[in-house]
Design a binder for this molecule. Sequence first.
Ligand SMILES: Cc1cc2nc3c(=O)[nH]c(=O)nc-3n(C[C@H](O)[C@H](O)[C@H](O)COP(=O)(O)OP(=O)(O)OC[C@H]3O[C@@H](n4cnc5c(N)ncnc54)[C@H](O)[C@@H]3O)c2cc1C
Length: 508
Amino acid sequence: VAFEPREDQKKCRRTTVAVLGGGMAGITAAQALANQSITDFLIVEYNGEIGGRMRHTDFGKKDDGSPYVVELGANWVQGLGTKGGPENPIWTMAKKYNVADEYSNYSSILTYNETGYTDYANLIDDYDTAYAEVEQYAGVILKDNLQDTSMRAGLGLKGFKPKKNMAAQAAEWWSWDWETAYPPEQSSLVFGVTGNNATFYQFSDDNNFVIDQRGFNTLVKGIASTFLKPNDPRLLLNTIVTDIAYDKNGVTIALQGGSCISAAYAICTFSLGVLQNDEVSFTPELPDWKQTAIAEFQIGTYTKVFLQFNETFWDPDTQFFLYASPTTRGYYPVWQSLSTEGFLPGSNIIFATVVERESYRIEAQDDEITKAETLAVLREMFPDKDIPEPIDFFYPRWTEMPWAHGSYSNWPVGTTLEGHQNLRSNVERLYFAGEHCSAEYFGFLQGAYFEGQEAGLRVAGKLGKKCRNQDWGCGEYKRYEVLHGTTAFQEFSPVNGWDVSSFYVAGG
Ligand SMILES: Cc1cc2nc3c(=O)[nH]c(=O)nc-3n(C[C@H](O)[C@H](O)[C@H](O)COP(=O)(O)OP(=O)(O)OC[C@H]3O[C@@H](n4cnc5c(N)ncnc54)[C@H](O)[C@@H]3O)c2cc1C
């Protein structure tokens, strides 16, 4: 395919495909290109290493003074797969690149409130019972082309109404908000259920927690090693995109510092947070249908607060500790022990997770205040223990990172499959990928994996390569300039990013 740059583009570095972002989606997009013998590409990445939201840090110290490595972003391989059944490609890759992980046992949980240990685990079972009925209801809505509603409405209709019962609020947070980073009020019923089905029923209901001391992004580096040499000049690290100019002939990418890249095609894998926060400008402005899709979908925030103590004062044989605040839903609700066998035993590290509103709240305050709040909660949970000051304390501020602006996306009430498809669709020669583009695995690493691959294959198709996927076709994405109130059942097909059945049931 001939690509004749305009006069003003001639000073830019030229490439056939510019892959914007070196996270999971960018790397699988480039791999798909390489697999189609398109080797003239550049990967442009803001940070000093690839992996994007698979990001780790040194934390605490071991007896010998060296630090542990903990994951700030993605931490679990979610939905592994069954023997002979479909396998989550993230799990396949985790095995291939010997990523160290450990089974997360969600039954290994103790429940607490402000008075200490209080057994309300039965409320998690009550939630599960209601949720099983919500699943059936979601199937009816989807098949009969009815209007979607919120997960809150669905749970309420099926009898789960936590209201002022703070233990029930905690049980619901554990079962819903923890995964989606949003409360049920703001989450689509249909797409919440189908997303859950695609990962946990199609693959399996297992989650493995990564404790690899090289960092979880070892997995992305492994994928990259199949087509990039060490120090490959096609990988541009510490390179920040400021503007993307696109038209029918190509894409020109302006970089911080004044240089530019001109490409026949570009694949933009920046997070929905980056797109929503105008971190990068588009020339011309993106069309209305695209801007609407970007504005409608939502990106959550998920924050892990790490504490290292000089002893493990909690039960070292339990993985999870659920806390119900007497006043505030989602106030340091889940505590996870890393000091437990199989994880980082003897590390005396525990971490709390907060999402959404509580994430924003703690991001806006000093570490010292957050530390005091977490200690106060631990002292309520373990009234018989003399809980000392932590010897190390850290949490990331995801919404403030200019290359992420949040953690991962969630399907809001009111967005149809057609509306979501516009998030995926290309604008001229500018293609999009990333976890938020996945209709079935949004939020998960596998979403980024599949969407990167598809964008790479579609661009390869435009560059004259043989079509590798007959299901969704090659080249341009389908898009909807006019959106309908609901998306008809027959449109739930691969062209709209719907590759697997919506009706998986528990157990595969
Ligand atoms: C706290 C947290 C917990 C999570 N937990 C899990 C989990 O347990 N399991 C799971 O499956 N998923 C989890 N996820 C989601 C998972 O991390 C994402 O779905 C996935 O990593 C997204 O990959 P991506 O390629 O779409 O985007 P990204 O990883 O965001 O990649 C985009 C890349 O673009 C780069 N970029 C952005 N702006 C610019 C710019 N202006 N110029 C140049 N480069 C730029 C970024 O640096 C980044 O490397 C979690 C995420 C977070 C944040």
